[in-house]
Unconditional design. Structure first.
Length: 172
């Protein structure tokens, strides 16, 4: 019988550790639910301001040449790269500011989706720049563009909160 006591103590210790882990996990989950959307929104805003700012300065944006080739195509020749690039830079900065400040968030999310549709357009309008083998093997530029799917998903999550939607932390 003396061996049963250490086994019971070990079982009690394991149960207590599991309870403590669950409490910590619940607190982390609740914190993520309270703060995750704001962190996502601010982080996305920073990315838009950063990338937009680079486009104001010739030669700094690694995507500048591609944008200069795409703008005349998607505008049907009505917008030159000399005009389109600074307009795009301003648009990206406005989107970033809107995301960070939460001012005009509905319009900001709409602008984000419009901008991202344009950003993804080279996959279709400039396939030679986007694909080694269409549609399976993207070039480095294609990979840069395809990652915008994640930005679209972030916009969807943020957009779901404009009317008070929230992530709710809880237990299963």
């Amino acid at each position: 019988m003396p061996k049963e006591e250490p086994l019971k103590q070990q079982a009690d210790k394991a149960t207590n550790e599991k309870i403590n882990f669950n409490r910590v996990d619940e607190h982390i989950t609740e914190w993520l639910a309270r703060n995750g959307i704001d962190i996502l929104r601010i982080g996305l805003g920073i990315v838009f301001i950063w990338f937009g700012t680079l486009k104001f300065f010739p030669g700094l944006s690694p995507i500048e040449d591609l944008v200069a080739r795409v703008i005349p195509i998607i505008s049907f020749g009505m917008v030159s790269p000399a005009v389109g690039l600074p307009v795009l830079a301003a648009l990206e900065c406005i989107i970033g500011i809107g995301l960070i400040t939460k001012h005009f968030l509905r319009i900001t999310i709409l602008l984000l989706f419009i901008q991202l549709l344009g950003a993804m357009s080279p996959l279709i309008v400039l396939p030679s720049a986007s694909w080694q083998y269409v549609p399976y093997v993207p070039t480095l530029v294609g990979q840069y563009i395809i990652k915008d799917i994640v930005l679209i998903a972030a916009g969807l999550v943020i957009g779901a909160t404009v009317r008070g939607g929230k992530i709710v932390g809880g237990t299963n």
